[in-house]
Design a binder for this molecule. Structure first.
Ligand code: SAM
Ligand code: FES
Length: 348
């Protein structure tokens, strides 16, 4: 089948065979890409109109016990100045965000055991008490079922845990021996079982990734049925073992965003900071390829540079209000608009 026919088939059936996905990803031309993006936009507009949801990202600790080979805040990077925000500082970020129209706060950090079950529970409870009309998303890595359940009972609503890659061999190439894909997948299924709205995802063009791996990622997510899917290009960081690896491609990321929109019509799909870093117009192009969420930074400016997952990360110098205004203009330029809404998933 020709690529144009595959795109129509994907739009109509919300699925393709493995070999068809492989063909589309590997051989799509510039003209065919435009057609793919057009269909992805049709689906996103059918499901969400012109609305774009915003999530305020609070990067509350850059301490991490893991040593993922791609990540700028990995344990072995001794050039990073480590920080932890206090409960008051986190609440201050949320207050600032609320005034700016944010109704979701994403608490993200490295895997930092200083933040015990109880400490994170308290943070969640305090934010929820002050802002009962807001959703709280946690993104603090692999923890126990008991911890996930405790935070859920304290009021957490959502959890972001990218699976990174659904292929065992590839996973081992990206992570040291003490990390396991099996456990990461199990965490995702546990979170879903507890009742969280769950986000999975992966980096596009991460080192050693093949197109077969990407198809496995899509199949894994069809099984998991996440409410959110976070993807962005892999970007290298100078103080990691992958510092010589090539950055991911803008076009490949856009193609995958569009395919994901067509495979998962209702999914919440961010145009990520990494996409905005690889190209100054990356997030706008992401929105035009099916994305419907943006996640600006609400962290205090003094720590932003210290949460550098990859080189040249954007928005590390601006105040939250500046970021919010800049993003407003960017989103408006695409014909879509940011809404003040909790932006819950429509997937059961
Ligand atoms: N510790 C939590 C976890 O493991 O889920 C959350 C923080 S972690 C830094 C968030 C995400 O950043 C990872 O899931 C990964 O996909 C992404 N990331 C890390 N290093 C990156 C890089 N060099 N380029 C692009 N994305 C990266
Ligand atoms: Fe832990 Fe990246 S290695 S957050």
């Amino acid at each position: 089948m020709k690529n144009t026919e595959l795109i129509e088939k994907l739009y109509e059936n919300q699925n393709l065979e493995d070999c068809e996905l492989l063909q589309l990803i590997n051989t799509i031309s510039e003209e065919e890409r435009e057609k793919l993006f057009y269909y992805a936009r049709r689906v996103r507009e059918r499901e969400y109109g012109n609305d774009v949801y915003i999530r305020g990202l609070i990067e509350f600790t850059n301490v991490c016990k893991n040593d993922c080979y791609y990540c700028g805040i990995r344990k072995s990077n001794d050039k990073v100045e480590r920080y932890r925000l206090t409960l008051d500082e986190i609440l201050e970020c949320a207050r600032e965000g609320y005034v700016l129209g944010f109704r979701t706060f994403v608490l993200q950090g490295g895997e930092d055991s200083y933040f015990t079950k109880e400490k994170i529970g308290k943070i969640v409870k305090c934010i929820k008490n002050e802002f009962p009309d807001c959703a709280i998303t946690l993104s603090v890595g692999e923890r126990t079922y008991d911890e996930y359940e405790y935070w859920w009972n304290m009021g957490a609503d959502r959890y972001l845990l990218r699976h990174e890659t659904a292929n065992e061999v590839h996973y081992k190439k990206l992570h040291p021996y003490n990390m396991s894909l099996e456990n990461r997948k199990e965490c995702l299924y546990s979170l879903r079982k507890i009742g969280y709205q769950v986000g999975a995802g992966f980096m596009v063009d991460s080192p050693y990734q093949t197109t077969d791996n990407l198809v496995e990622d899509l199949r894994f997510m069809q099984d998991l049925r996440p409410h959110m899917i976070g993807i962005g290009p892999y970007l290298s960081h100078e103080n990691t073992p992958f510092n010589n690896q090539k950055n991911g491609s803008l076009q490949q990321t856009l193609v995958l965003l569009a395919i994901i929109r067509l495979l998962f019509p209702k999914v919440l799909l961010p145009a990520t900071t990494a996409l905005g870093t690889i190209d100054p117009n990356g997030r706008e192009l992401g929105l035009k390829a099916g994305a419907n969420v943006v996640m600006p930074n609400l962290s205090p400016v003094r720590v932003r540079k210290k949460y550098e997952l990859y080189d040249n990360k954007i928005c590390t110098g601006e105040e939250s209000a500046q970021c919010r205004n800049c993003l407003n203009l960017r989103v408006e330029s695409t014909g879509y608009h940011i809404v003040t809404d909790i932006g819950n998933s429509r997937i059961q």
